[in-house]
Design a protein around this ligand. Structure first.
Ligand SMILES: *[C@@H]1O[C@H](CO)[C@@H](O)[C@H](O)[C@H]1NC(C)=O
Ligand SMILES: *[C@@H]1O[C@H](CO)[C@@H](O)[C@H](O)[C@H]1NC(C)=O
Ligand SMILES: *[C@@H]1O[C@H](CO)[C@@H](O)[C@H](O)[C@H]1NC(C)=O
Ligand SMILES: *[C@@H]1O[C@H](CO)[C@@H](O)[C@H](O)[C@H]1NC(C)=O
Length: 617
């Protein structure tokens, strides 16, 4: 499917260089235990699948500088499609001494999961990640594909931890209903306008998934990725170099969404706390963690910017203070978020049956970022050529303002960035003229303050984004209306005290969160996920000698029929409290106690009593 082109082929892998003062190895000790990332649905709530299918089983020992592990994939013969839902279950275990590692799983070059590992203990740790992968169904249906996993690890005299990984797919032929399904009157009317011939691509509107899938999976997914010799991700080492791939798109495509996967490492692992280069130079510091604290990942088609994202700051398990992330890892560390970029308004550029260059780059990025994307395409089965044209294209540059003031090692740095854009384009399909308008914008603020001769560092970051996608038909009637709002604030305060024997003591206080609201027709989903950590550690080099830490996490998931919340508290590597409920706490306060609500927080009429009350934002 076309040729790939990556301007930088140099893969620089720096597992533990001296210039990474904020990446550490946890002390050994502790009993064998399970690590986890808090999310929805809890595994106890998953119904039994129609069949399970093990697709990968491999041990990652000294894999650095080796090609990724590849194994053949075929769908299960025991439960043929159509599937109403597919869940990927990633199981890993490890024992010994090891750093955290980045990893990814690709099927025919299409990324299914970006993940990072937890740092093991002498007694051993294990964890399970569940991810709904129904959106990749068109690919999961195909036999004779290669499944590839990259996890570069170092095993030698010092580092003994081998990561043993098993990946299983759980297929559901018929959605096993546990949560009562409440049909959405509006959604039932706004069924996908394209009449589909094949049964597999029927609308999922009548079969709600846990993730609230309100649309059918794409018919075709094309990877925008590297050639796979060193994993399918592109390595971005600097701002000026973008990576790209030439692809050809079927001429009957009527919808396109690009799903972007990113992770940041090396000198940009903590990009949100990088000072400007002027500060580093003036103080004669030898760190390469510079370029200020703003990054933006962008996507281009034939050189024109068509999408962008300021990524959520995922903290890996060795990051900032490894004692914070055991046994509950930081938000997104096991299941890194991917970002959807609606490209339908740009179809007019690419439906000519010719090759087009899709590129990905990082504004202000320094070594190194691992980026690639999946291009999800929906095809009009009743026509061979869809005509498309852009109508409005308003995309100014991101406005970025920077302020800095410093004297010696103390100072204050401010960055404000924002962007508002609108794109409109139409496609003539067998169902008529569909016009898609995407309006989106974000605001980003980063404030950094260094005090007490640079030993007290405060980072406060705010990010807010909104996106609206509206599709109307030829008569001007609304077909789709999607609204997404996201916020991810972050605050990190670090106080470092250095001792004569070369050890130092770091006291840290972190809070970070994700608040997300997704509205599509009458389907509403909101997630509020917040984590606070406090503690100290004594460090020599990159090894933590001792310390104390506590983390609390409050998670809530609310949609039309479900209210789920979980509050967990961990201290010094152990869970000290773990409360979860399917009752809407805030509803309990606002509505009189009634018999009509069952344990799922749903009343007998079948509509949620708490919709819109949980999140005031
Ligand atoms: C499709 O609809 C848009 C507006 O909704 C209009 O501007 C465009 O001309 C239409 N295209 C055709 C080929 O009629
Ligand atoms: C500040 O730190 C620098 C480098 O660590 C050191 O050389 C200098 O003496 C310190 N200044 C004060 C006032 O402590
Ligand atoms: C979670 O909720 C508890 C009790 O309501 C509160 O004490 C704690 O600070 C919260 N933690 C976070 C991370 O929001
Ligand atoms: C969990 O519930 C118990 C009892 O209701 C309460 O004492 C504790 O503070 C709660 N913990 C969290 C983390 O919310």
């Amino acid at each position: 499917m076309g040729t790939f082109l990556c301007l930088i082929l140099l893969l620089l892998f720096t597992p533990f260089s001296k210039s990474q003062p904020e990446r550490f190895r946890r002390p050994s000790g502790g009993a064998r235990q399970e690590y986890f990332e808090v999310g929805y649905p809890p595994s106890s709530h998953d119904p039994p699948p129609s069949c399970t299918h093990r697709i990968l089983h491999h041990s990652f020992a000294h894999t650095i500088d080796l090609p990724p592990y590849t194994t053949p994939y075929a769908p299960p013969t025991r439960c043929p499609a159509p599937w109403s839902r597919v869940v990927l279950l990633f199981h890993a275990r490890c024992k010994g001494e090891q750093y955290d590692r980045i990893a990814a799983l690709w099927l025919a070059g299409v990324e299914l999961l970006r993940t990072s590992t937890a740092e093991p203990t002498a007694a051993g740790i294990f964890w399970n990640i569940r991810k709904d992968v129904t959106k990749y169904s068109s690919l999961l249906l195909q036999p004779n594909l290669d499944l590839t996993m990259m996890l570069e690890n170092v095993v030698n005299g010092d580092f003994t931890g081998v990561y043993h990984v098993t990946v299983t797919l759980l297929f559901y032929n018929q959605y096993s209903v546990r949560v009562p399904f409440v049909p959405c009157p509006e959604a039932l009317n706004s069924v996908n306008p394209i009449i589909r011939s094949s049964s597999r691509s029927r609308s999922l509107l009548q079969e709600p998934g846990f993730s609230g899938v309100t649309e059918s999976p794409a018919d075709l997914i094309i990877p925008i990725s590297d050639d796979g010799r060193r994993g399918f991700w592109f390595t971005v080492e600097e701002e000026k170099r973008s990576c790209s791939r030439k692809i050809r798109i079927p001429r009957n495509t009527y919808r396109a969404v690009l799903e972007l996967y990113v992770s940041f490492h090396g000198n940009d692992e903590f990009w949100y706390s990088n000072p400007p280069n002027s500060y580093i130079t003036a103080n004669g510091l030898d760190t390469k963690r510079g370029n200020g604290a703003y990054r933006e990942v962008y996507v281009t088609i034939d050189g024109q910017v068509v999408g962008w994202e300021v990524p959520f700051p995922v903290i890996f398990t060795g990051g900032i203070n490894p004692l914070f992330w055991e046994p509950m890892v930081a938000i997104g560390a096991f299941d890194l978020p991917s970002y959807d970029i609606e490209l339908t308004p740009f179809l007019g550029k690419v439906l000519d049956g010719k090759d087009h260059v899709f590129g990905i780059g990082v504004v202000k990025g320094i070594s190194y970022w691992l980026v690639n994307a999946n291009l999800h395409l929906w095809l009009d089965h009743d026509s061979t050529v869809v005509h498309a044209n852009p109508v409005v294209h308003h995309s100014p540059e991101t406005s970025i303002e920077r302020q800095e003031e410093f004297k010696g090692l103390d100072g204050a740095f401010d960055i404000d960035a924002e962007k508002e854009t609108q794109f409109t384009g139409w496609v003539i399909t067998s169902a008529g003229n569909l016009t898609t308008t995407v309006s989106q914008g974000f605001s980003f603020k980063n404030f950094m303050k260094f005090q007490r001769n640079g030993s007290l560092k405060t980072v406060k970051q705010k990010f807010k984004a909104k996106k609206k996608v509206k599709v109307i038909d030829g008569r001007g009637e609304s077909i789709t209306r999607l609204k997404v709002r996201r916020r991810y604030p972050l605050r990190v305060v670090t106080n470092t005290q250095q001792f004569h024997d070369g050890t130092y003591r770091v006291v840290t206080d972190i809070s970070h969160s994700v608040k997300e609201k997704y509205v599509s027709g009458c389907f509403v989903k909101s997630i509020n996920n917040e984590q606070n950590s406090k503690g100290w550690m004594e460090v020599k080099g990159h090894s933590v000698l001792s310390g104390q830490a506590s983390t609390t996490q409050n998670y809530s998931y609310v949609d039309r029929v479900t209210c789920y919340s979980r509050n967990v508290a961990a201290a010094n590597g152990l869970i000290v409290a773990d409360n979860s409920t399917f009752v809407c706490a805030h509803c309990e306060e606002t509505s009189p106690p009634s018999e009509s609500r069952n344990s799922l927080g749903v009343n007998k009429q079948g509509s949620s009593t708490c919709e819109g009350k949980y999140h005031k934002a």
